[in-house]
Design a protein around this ligand. Structure first.
Ligand SMILES: [Mg+2]
Length: 129
């Protein structure tokens, strides 16, 4: 008989595998944080490759867990809603960055021109209105 929580178990089958794979993903994420995001690790492995591998392993483990425990549809529904939330946060952050982005060399007006009429300070230092 398979122990509880293992693949094929009678009690929460797949729970142990999700735990194992989540831990392995966290290890890779920790190494990426430690390298400042660079994928080259001192042990000679490519952390981007390892991230792909462990994300895939965790997705497979979650897929098995949810199917084997009859919660697949409910989890998929929740995941879709959560993904929409994350995409909204991403769009909002991208918009905020575009607003506060400092002007680059291609954003400057040609020499001798001001960026907007009336925006240059007068001799008193106050803007012309
Ligand atoms: Mg793994």
């Amino acid at each position: 008989m398979t122990e509880p929580f293992g693949i094929g178990a009678e009690v929460w089958p797949g729970l142990a595998k999700v735990t194992e794979e989540a831990g392995e993903l966290l290890q890779v994420v920790g190494k990426l944080v430690a390298t400042g995001g660079r994928p080259d690790h001192y042990d000679g492995t490519d952390l981007r490759d390892r991230l792909i591998e462990e994300c895939g392993d965790l997705l497979a483990a979650i897929g098995y867990l949810t199917a084997a425990n009859g919660i697949e549809d409910a989890v998929a529904e929740r995941a879709a809603r959560k993904r929409q939330t994350f995409e909204g946060w991403h769009r909002r952050e991208a918009e905020r960055r575009a607003i506060v982005k400092p002007p680059g060399p291609h954003d400057r007006p040609p020499p001798g021109q001001t960026s907007a009429a009336g925006s240059e300070p007068s001799e008193t230092g106050a803007p012309d209105l």
